[in-house]
Structures are given as structure tokens and as C-alpha cells.
Design a protein around this ligand. Structure first.
Ligand SMILES: Cc1cc2nc3c(=O)[nH]c(=O)nc-3n(C[C@H](O)[C@H](O)[C@H](O)COP(=O)(O)O)c2cc1C
Length: 211
């Protein structure tokens, strides 16, 4: 089983990065092969909105994007994986532009009939809820204002809904600039447990035949 972590903070040694790593360690402790993508380190240009990836080559599992950067390779790894950790700091009430660019460029995973307007594109490969995902958001706002992270969770999970990938956990860690030792330990344990649960939920879904 392979679990990928996509981390949207520009700070690759920050807390968001550490929580992602911790969740992946949890998954690895249950035998998963893991890989963390600190997205800022990859060449991911913003989507130009040409729509050619969704309108053409419907026979392919991944549409063809005319932009030549790291995204085509990432999408191949994405499709081959079994589970995902998506983690991002709240920036101006939503995800960072790093995470947003990545999410927009997942558009080749979808297809759309030309002229069919008013409907969301459909996934080229539906996962039948056998794959699962966990979400992490960090922010300066205290935990009691966790609602501030809702737009982040929505943006990070929107595509999963269409691909039929369940979100099994979502965690907001607030007061991120004043995390003391005890809270740090607690959140590292919590994110580790998220990784463990992610693998368990995927295994459970496989045993149950997908639902
Ligand atoms: C440009 C910018 C905008 C931010 N906007 C918000 C915000 O709207 N709400 C919030 O709670 N924190 C906000 N923050 C704080 C970040 O969420 C915080 O620095 C981040 O979660 C820390 O994660 P890191 O350790 O990965 O850098 C903002 C920070 C920056 C730099």
C-alpha cells in the first residue's frame, strides 16, 4: 500500500511539514510505503484554463496538460497510490497558493463532454471509496475558531468527492505560533494516529469490497 503526503506550506521545516511527516510515519508503522511531497519544492505552474486536459483523450486515465513541468509525473504517482494526506496552513482564510496551484493542476484527472455546461467534470477513474484521505490544516487562529479552516478542508477534499475517495479524518491545529512542548507532543501523536487510521480504513474498505 502506498500513501502520499501533499504539503502546501512554503516552510518545509515548519509545523505543517512536521505533522505531515508524522502522519506518514503512522502509515509506515502499519506497513505502508510513504512519500511526502513538499509541493513548494516542485515545479508546478498555475493552470491556464485552456480545458484541453478535460475535453480530450477521454480514453486515458490522465488527460494531457500542455504545461510541461513536474505535474504529469506527480499525477501518475497520485493515481497509483492508495491513500493521501493533504496538509496546508491557512493563508488568508483558505489554502496557500502553492496548494491551490497543485489542486487546480489535478484537472487532468477529470473529463468533460464538450458543450455540456452546468455540470461538474467527472473523474476519469472512480475509486469506489477504496482509497482514503486525511486532511490537516494549521493556523494562527485558536482551536475554538477552527471554522476558519473549513474553506481549506473544502478545497482540499472537493476533488476527492468526485473521485469517490473518502476523507476519514480532518484535523485543525490552531495557535500554531505558540505551540508548547506538551501540545507539540500531543499533536505529533494525533497526526501519527491519523496515519495509522488511514491505513486501517483502506484495509477495511478492501475487505468489505469498496464501500
Ligand atoms: C500570508 C499569511 C496569511 C495567513 N493567514 C491566516 C489566516 O487567515 N488565518 C490563520 O489562522 N492563520 C493565518 N496565517 C498563519 C499561518 O496559518 C501559519 O503561519 C501557518 O499555519 C504555520 O505553518 P508552518 O509552520 O507550516 O509555516 C497566515 C500566515 C501568512 C504568512
Amino acid at each position: 500500500m502506498k500513501i502520499l503526503g501533499f504539503m502546501g506550506s512554503p516552510r518545509t521545516k515548519g509545523l505543517c511539514a512536521q505533522f505531515t511527516e508524522s502522519a506518514l510515519k503512522g502509515a509506515a508503522s502499519r506497513g505502508a510505503e510513504v512519500k511526502q511531497f513538499n509541493l513548494v519544492k516542485y515545479k508546478i505552474k498555475y493552470c491556464r484554463g485552456c480545458h484541453s486536459c478535460v475535453y480530450k483523450n477521454h480514453e486515458l486515465p490522465i488527460g494531457i496538460c500542455p504545461i510541461k513541468d513536474d505535474m504529469a509525473g506527480i499525477l501518475e504517482e497520485y493515481l497509483a497510490a492508495d491513500g493521501y494526506v493533504m496538509a496546508c496552513p491557512v493563508y488568508d482564510f483558505t489554502v496557500t497558493s502553492i496548494m491551490k496551484a497543485f489542486i487546480e493542476r489535478r484537472f487532468p484527472l477529470f473529463y468533460k463532454q464538450k458543450g455540456l455546461h452546468g455540470k461538474v467534470p467527472d473523474a476519469r477513474v472512480k475509486q469506489g471509496f477504496k482509497k482514503k484521505a486525511s486532511l490537516i490544516a494549521t493556523g494562527d487562529a485558536a482551536d475554538e475558531y477552527a471554522a476558519i479552516a473549513e474553506p481549506c478542508f473544502e478545497v482540499m477534499s472537493g476533488h476527492f468527492m468526485i473521485e469517490e475517495i473518502d476523507v476519514v479524518d480532518q484535523l485543525y491545529v490552531g495557535l500554531i505560533h505558540s505551540v508548547d512542548e506538551q501540545r507539540y507532543k500531543e499533536k505529533m501523536q494525533q497526526t501519527f494516529a491519523m496515519g495509522v487510521r488511514l491505513v486501517e480504513e483502506i484495509e477495511k474498505a478492501r475487505q468489505q469490497g469498496g464501500q
